[in-house]
Design a protein around this ligand. Structure first.
Ligand code: SF4
Length: 361
């Protein structure tokens, strides 16, 4: 990049301060940097916050599958989509804990539990909270995704010791109506604000390859990077082809280098967040995953199934990490360079002014 181009975009000279005032124009300027410059900047920022050889491994279990009344056009679990996924009831706590034990034995440090609901019913909360308590007792971080929440439900999850709440914004505000009509982007942001105010860490990202433009992809990251506080965890999903969904008709495979650029942009816009390669990794070559790690991705899901879609086998993941001279983290990586942010067992940080903090800690 020439010196004059750098001076056209002063923000490109920065080395990774945490900012929440990013603009679309700034993000697009970063995204379109020559790849060596983009990767150098992302890697520099990554190294300033994280061990670049370390990757967080999380495991995901669908604790209640299918039958969801939302109409998300990409999802195998919506009742609106003819995908053949059979609806199940909420799993028994004991079965979930057994699965978490297996995930822990396989090296996962975080256990994520997903339920296909628009929002949980209050009567479901007892069992979900028991799952969270049981998984935490194993010494694992916990994450759940249950749909939209009320403030009271956030409080219950917080009391159960939940570490992360996953609630993706999916895509840009402009493209959102093409993807779901039974809820809005503002509905998503409202739940995220409740979760944040409730002192639970936020896991929020999106999906690419659903027919959106490059501008939409960047806009999605700008929404996340301009939240009052960045999500601690940012999953970036490459859409898994799911037969019987509306997105199947409009999806466009993501060009691999474009995906690497997006990962690098996420790392630069949100320097302290853990950036996760999520769905779609089974379709990525080792080389593409390696480039994503160089671009700042530092988390993957392990296990053979992600909710209802495929994922690389765990052994293959560990073989890849070994080949790259990298390794799976044995402890949570978020805040690993800052003791005040470290989220070990029992030690939980909360944003200043957290509504629920005083009643729980
Ligand atoms: S809310 Fe979740 S489970 Fe329900 S259709 Fe949308 S993505 Fe699928």
């Amino acid at each position: 990049m020439s010196a004059s181009a750098m001076s056209d975009h002063p923000s490109l000279l920065e080395t990774g301060d945490v900012r929440t005032d990013w603009t679309q124009a700034e993000a697009e300027a970063i995204y379109t940097l020559p790849l060596p410059d983009l990767l150098h900047r992302a890697q520099s920022i990554h190294r300033s916050r994280f061990d670049p050889t370390m990757v967080e491994t999380a495991s995901l279990l669908s604790v209640k599958t299918g039958g969801c009344p939302e109409d998300c056009g990409y999802c195998s679990q919506s009742v609106h989509n003819k995908t053949g996924v059979k609806a199940t009831k909420l799993m028994a706590v004991e079965r979930v804990i057994e699965d978490a034990k297996r995930a822990k034995a396989g090296g996962a440090t975080r256990f994520c539990m997903g339920a296909a609901w628009r929002s949980p019913k209050d009567r479901d909360m007892d069992r979900v909270c028991a799952m969270i308590e049981g998984v935490r007792a194993l010494g694992m971080e916990t994450c759940v995704t249950l749909g939209m929440l009320t403030a009271t439900q956030v409080e219950r999850l917080n009391e159960a010791g939940l570490d992360y709440y996953n609630h993706n914004i999916d895509t840009s505000r402009e493209y959102y109506p093409e993807i779901a009509t039974t809820r809005t982007m503002d509905d998503r942001l409202e739940t995220l604000a409740l979760v944040r105010a409730g002192g639970i860490k936020v896991c929020c990202g999106g999906i690419v390859g659903m027919g959106e433009t490059m501008t939409d992809r960047i806009a999605m990251l700008v929404i996340l990077a301009t939240l009052e506080r960045h999500p601690e965890s940012v999953p970036i999903n490459m859409w898994n082809e799911v037969q019987g969904t509306p997105v199947m008709e409009k999806n466009q495979p993501v060009e691999p280098i474009a995906f690497v650029r997006l990962v690098a942009l996420a790392r630069i816009l949100m320097p302290e967040s853990v950036v996760r390669l999520s769905a779609g990794r089974h379709a990525m070559s080792d080389e593409l995953q390696a480039l994503c790690f160089l671009a700042g991705a530092n988390s993957i899901f392990t296990g053979n199934v992600l909710l209802t879609t495929g994922n690389p086998e765990r052994n293959k993941d560990f073989a890849l990490l070994k080949k790259l001279g990298m390794r799976a983290a044995e402890a949570p990586v978020y805040g690993s360079t800052d003791g005040s942010l470290r989220q070990g067992n029992g030690a939980r940080s909360r944003p200043p002014g957290s509504a629920l903090a005083s009643g729980v800690l």
